[in-house]
Design a protein around this ligand. Structure first.
Ligand SMILES: Cc1cc2nc3c(=O)[nH]c(=O)nc-3n(C[C@H](O)[C@H](O)[C@H](O)COP(=O)(O)O)c2cc1C
Length: 322
């Protein structure tokens, strides 16, 4: 099956994934202008009581800046952007945020944690495409049954709430029954890895952690430097910090006074995405990242990193074709 038009005209087949706290309008705009889908979690746009709604302001700014870019560069238009909705009962903003995304006709919707038909219907009512993220074939089937258009297969080694399955196993099982759009998530950090994801049966690579080490990302310099200075062995998979297993930087856990190789478990009932919910103060500097960051050697503008991905992707194709 062919990809929906909004995913088929990208400079390289990549979606920059949404990252809690880290993704902001500057990063999204830079990603889209450089030719890949940029995204952010709706929950990153937070206002204090009585202040104007941040999500409105962010969507207005992103849409206007990308429109201006497109008018000035008709031969080199920006890629579309995506908003991530955390579909979890503790996300008390979900209904409001969906209304705002409908009003702004968000082109790509990324849903996480729960698959709900009404969210898909809202997206479809304004021509939006929904990609739902899943960690196994069972959740993948449920997501499509409930009306998602495509899947984000979150394999082992991804930043944030990663899965445990090998990307080969996950993609091969889903491709036996699903011929719609699939993005592969987990440790993709080079153009060569994007091509590998396609060879494996995915349509697009889904890249998160490398963008933490960009100038635009909303992350403190120490976090960006830790991405640059760490590799796969510095990542630990733990449920302690949110109640769901995710990948974290070991040095940040040591800095918080804990032993990353001897962490307790927490259960899913401690997950909380309500407005203002935060980790205990001692954990505020425990930072997420996937296993692919060994490929990241400097902090640079997002556009420079995307240029590098595009070069590597073209080179890898040429080498294999030869
Ligand atoms: C710091 C951080 C925060 C994240 N927050 C979210 C989030 O709010 N919503 C979401 O759907 N995924 C989130 N993710 C997961 C990413 O969307 C994506 O699956 C992952 O980053 C891809 O793997 P990679 O980091 O190895 O590239 C987060 C990942 C990281 C590293």
């Amino acid at each position: 099956m062919s990809l929906p038009p909004i995913l088929s005209n990208l400079r390289i087949p990549v979606i920059a994934s949404p990252m809690f706290i880290v993704s902001n309008p500057d990063l999204v705009i830079a990603q889209c202008k450089a030719g890949i889908v940029g995204s952010f979690p709706a929950l990153n746009a937070r206002e204090k009581d009585g202040e104007p709604v941040q999500l409105e302001a962010w969507l207005t700014r992103i849409t206007e800046e990308l429109d201006r870019h497109n008018q000035a560069n008709p031969d080199n238009p920006a890629a579309p952007f995506a908003v991530n909705q955390i579909v979890h009962r503790s996300n008390v903003r979900l209904e409001r945020d969906i209304e705002i995304c409908v009003k702004h006709k968000v082109p790509l919707w990324i849903t996480s944690l729960g698959a709900r038909p009404e969210v898909n219907e809202a997206a479809h009512s304004v021509g939006g495409v929904v990609m739902h993220d899943i960690i196994n074939n069972t959740f993948a089937k449920k997501a499509i049954e409930k009306g998602a258009d495509g899947l984000i297969a979150v394999a082992a080694g991804a930043g944030g709430h990663a899965g445990m399955q090998s990307p080969f196993a996950l993609i091969q099982e889903i491709r036996t029954w699903f011929d719609g759009p699939i993005a592969l998530s987990g440790s993709i950090a080079t153009g060569r890895a994007v091509l590998a994801a396609q060879a494996m049966g995915a349509d697009l690579g889904y890249i998160g952690s490398p963008f933490i080490a960009t100038e635009e990302a909303n992350a403190v310099p120490e976090y960006k430097d830790m991405i640059v200075n760490s590799g796969a062995e510095d990542i630990v998979y733990s449920s302690l910090f949110t109640g769901v297993h995710g990948n974290y930087l070991k040095p940040s856990i040591r800095n918080a006074g804990l032993d990353p190789d001897d962490l307790e478990h927490a259960d899913a009932s401690s997950m909380n995405f309500s407005q203002g919910a935060s980790k205990p103060k001692a954990w505020s500097a425990i930072w997420g990242a996937g296993q692919g960051i060994g490929a990241i050697h400097k902090v640079q503008p997002a556009a420079a990193y995307i240029d590098q991905l595009a070069r590597e992707y073209a080179d890898a194709k040429a080498v294999l074709a030869a």
